[in-house]
Design a protein around this ligand. Structure first.
Ligand code: CA
Length: 763
């Protein structure tokens, strides 16, 4: 009897509390356990880190007895290197896997198939994590998760930090066996997805244009989208009869887009823009769409990223273009402090089919800032407006169907503000219990991804003048550290500084003269993948550089950068970058992307190259080198090549960048190097989506070149003077100007060294 009891306890221990399958700790034992698995078995991956584990999970379980692949302890099992999961069969369940520190060598990280015909039905992936699992090349495309088959569930997973091209989670309909699938995607946490600067940055896509006439019948409910900024579509719906309900979009720069497919329902979703630029809501295309009971707050986007966008279509549209919006409604939605509601967006010669038999009813629009929120780009007679309420101060779209009155707001749970005594408010309130929050989505046992630390927050490292003192400090600096130059004088670097995390280099306060940075190598700072730089209060002098062409003060990695970088230059002087030709302030390379480049209160004099030449993406496929460029209070004097070039080619409309602002700047003798200034311009903007050139002066310079090519770019030239032979060259596309002076006589005000460089003209 005693012997029998011991045996029983031992076997319970070995097989994990009576279930077959057992604990495995390498690829061989895992494969053997999978092969032997019977319905009801539970296979556990032992705690530890697995490098390059290829999990091929096949089997047939039953509704009551699925085959489960799980982990010994959640949060203690990591799949790294080139690991991936493929599964096929029936009633399989996977939970607890964490993919990190690597990338998938195949097309997907988690795939609901093991071959074209070998797919999953009635399977579930829950509580898995994919964290920054990216290849080194930003345009090597992959999917993190791909659903095939039918009746599968993907829930309570955490997907964060996708930085390369390719959708985060895709539902594929490419075989009959994957259509009308009734998948459920719920309670997942989609973490930060940075701007990709190209198509292919969607967080979720259901279908493709190829199969968009098929129904998918996927339910997407109670998912949380945190700063999903990859491209204009946070979600790209490309199939029919899908339902989006209870999802929350937090400060995400895009929209839930019904790109293709009919009979889609979008109800009781929550959009929080909090005033962040380019945040959007819902974009409607195609037929029989239902957009009801949604809540949107603080969305600032326009055009494709408006709080509500109703598109124009293409008559007899091919599958991959824009089907006319017909028989659709947007009702009982609440919009609070949203900047734009736009109809017939995209109207042009091709997109000439206006909405037909549509209804916009009983929506509530409350704005605390008075103004215009409605824009109409074509004939809206095919839309019936009824019962919409506006708070005072909002300019009505039309009299019919809009009533203005005071609307009282009540703060409900999760910061939702309910307009009292409105049907829309009541409908939104009814959706709050199913609303996604950071707490009820993703997994509880894996650290919630932190926002990226960018500049500051680190320690201060003090440095004195001398040779390589800065280099030594930078070598030991951590993320966000501040290297402070404590005295005026010369800081000579004989080696380049490779930055793999963001640092600040700044002059100590109170110095009478700016510290001078000198360098001997081709570059002073190399922003490598993960790096970033703030340069503040210093003078950079090129006189000690090698006598070779193509020197640069700052350059990006020569290789693909998966992480976007930031470069801030404030209160700095750049002088005599003229050792040889084509000496640039910033030299970028292909497959690199600046999130932001800001030049402020700085001067650039006697430079043979460019200050910012952001023109290395020359494939003309909608890709570009910088999302936001801001140049304020700067003086450019005697620059051999174009001071600023910003290039985005092609006809793709997936991005709202690049964007540039130039304000209170003076450009004098720019672009005079006939041999090396290939663009022949002083500034050249090509395919830029938002350009604001204000309060600036161009004198004795090459032309200002403007090439407006795609996506209704917004260009505003205001209070700007072109004199001394400088002229504006454009490609004839419309742009707006105000108080533009061409060839005005000598209005240029020369700036004193080191002082603020405002050149404000009369407004
Ligand atoms: Ca897209």
């Amino acid at each position: 009897m005693l012997r029998y009891t011991t045996f029983l306890i031992l076997s319970l221990f070995l097989t994990g509390c009576g279930e077959e399958g057992g604990t495995v700790n390498d690829a061989e034992s895992l494969a053997a356990a999978i092969k032997a698995a019977q319905p009801g078995d539970v296979i556990k991956l032992a705690n530890g880190t697995y490098n390059g584990l290829e999990v091929i999970f096949t089997g047939v379980g039953t509704t009551d007895a699925p085959i489960t692949l799980t982990v010994e302890e959640k949060g203690q099992v990591f799949l790294e290197g080139q690991s991936f999961l493929q599964m096929s069969g029936e009633h399989l369940k996977v939970e607890g896997l964490v993919f990190r520190n690597g990338f998938t060598p195949v097309s997907e990280v988690i795939s609901f198939r093991t071959g074209k015909e070998d797919i999953c039905n009635n399977c579930r992936v829950t509580e898995c994590v994919i964290d920054n699992y990216n290849p080194a090349e930003r345009f090597d495309s992959d999917l993190w998760v791909a659903l095939y088959g039918k009746n599968n569930r993907f829930d309570h997973n955490l997907l964060t930090g996708k930085r390369n091209q390719g959708v985060t989670l895709a539902v594929r309909l490419d075989t009959e066996a994957s259509r009308e699938n009734f998948h459920q995607i719920d309670h997942n946490y989609f973490g930060h997805r940075p701007v990709l600067g190209s198509n292919g940055g969607e967080s979720l896509r259901i279908g493709t244009s190829h199969y968009c006439e098929s129904n998918s019948n996927t339910l997407v409910t109670s998912n949380y989208f945190y700063r999903c900024d990859g491209e204009v579509e946070i979600i790209s719906n490309k199939s029919g009869q899908n339902i989006y309900q209870g999802n929350t979009f937090f400060e995400s720069k895009g929209t839930l887009t019904i790109r293709h497919g009919n009979e889609v329902t979008i109800k009781n979703n929550f959009f929080f823009g909090n005033g962040v630029e380019n945040t959007g809501g819902i974009r409607i295309i195609n037929a029989k769409q239902t957009v009801v009971n949604n809540y949107a707050e603080g969305l600032t986007g326009y055009r494709f990223r408006s709080a509500l966008t109703v598109m124009n279509g293409v008559p007899n549209s091919p599958l991959n273009r824009y089907v006319q919006v017909t028989d659709s409604e947007a009702s009982n939605n609440v919009f609070i402090d949203c900047d734009n509601i736009q109809f017939c967006v995209g109207s042009d010669e091709e997109r000439s089919a206006v909405p037909e038999n549509c209804k916009v009813a009983d929506n509530v629009f409350v704005n605390r800032k008075p103004g215009k929120i409605f824009s109409v780009f074509d004939d809206i007679s095919g839309i019936t407006f009824t019962g919409n309420l506006l708070s005072p101060g909002i300019e009505p779209l039309q009299t019919e169907g809009f009533t203005t009155r005071e609307i009282e707001l009540e703060e409900a749970a999760n910061s939702v503000e309910i307009p009292l005594n409105t049907t829309a408010g009541d409908s939104v309130r009814a959706g709050i219990p199913a609303m996604a929050t950071p707490e009820n989505t993703g997994v509880s046992w894996y650290p919630r991804p932190q926002e990226e630390l960018f500049f500051g927050g680190g320690k201060v490292i003090e440095v004195q003048a001398g040779t390589n003192t800065l280099w030594e400090a930078a070598k030991n600096a951590g993320t966000g550290d501040i290297i402070r130059l404590t005295e005026s004088g010369e800081y000579l670097q004989t080696k380049s500084l490779d930055l793999t995390h963001p640092i600040i280099v700044e002059a100590a306060p109170g110095l009478t003269e700016k510290p001078v940075l000198l360098f001997e190598k081709t570059t002073l700072f190399n922003i490598e993948n993960g790096g970033g730089l703030t340069l503040r209060g210093v003078k950079v002098d090129g006189r000690e550089c090698n006598d070779r062409p193509l020197n640069a003060v700052v350059r990006t990695s020569r290789y693909s950068m998966i992480r976007n970088y930031k470069l801030f230059i404030e209160d700095c002087d750049f002088v005599d970058l003229n050792i040889n030709h084509s000496f640039n302030v910033l030299q970028v390379f292909k497959n690199t992307m600046a999130d932001s480049i800001v030049l402020r209160n700085s001067s650039f004099r006697n430079i043979t190259g460019s200050v910012l030449a952001l023109d290395k993406e020359t494939d003309d496929i909608g890709v570009y080198n910088a999302e936001n460029v801001v140049v304020e209070n700067c003086l450019f004097d005697d620059i051999g090549q174009a001071a600023i070039v910003l290039h985005r080619g092609g006809s793709d409309e997936s991005t709202l960048g690049p964007r540039i602002t130039v304000d209170h700047c003076t450009f004098d003798e720019i672009g005079s190097d006939k041999k090396w200034n290939k663009s022949g311009a002083a500034i050249r903007l090509h395919g830029v989506q938002l350009a604001q050139i204000h309060n600036s002066i161009f004198d004795d310079s090459a032309p200002f070149q403007l090439h407006l090519v795609v996506g209704e770019p917004v260009v505003m030239l205001k209070n700007t003077v072109f004199s001394g032979g400088t002229k504006l060259e454009d490609n004839g596309e419309p742009y707006r100007t105000e108080n533009l002076l061409l060839g005005a006589p000598e209005p240029l005000t020369k700036m004193a060294d080191g002082t603020a460089i405002g050149t404000k003209l009369s407004e």
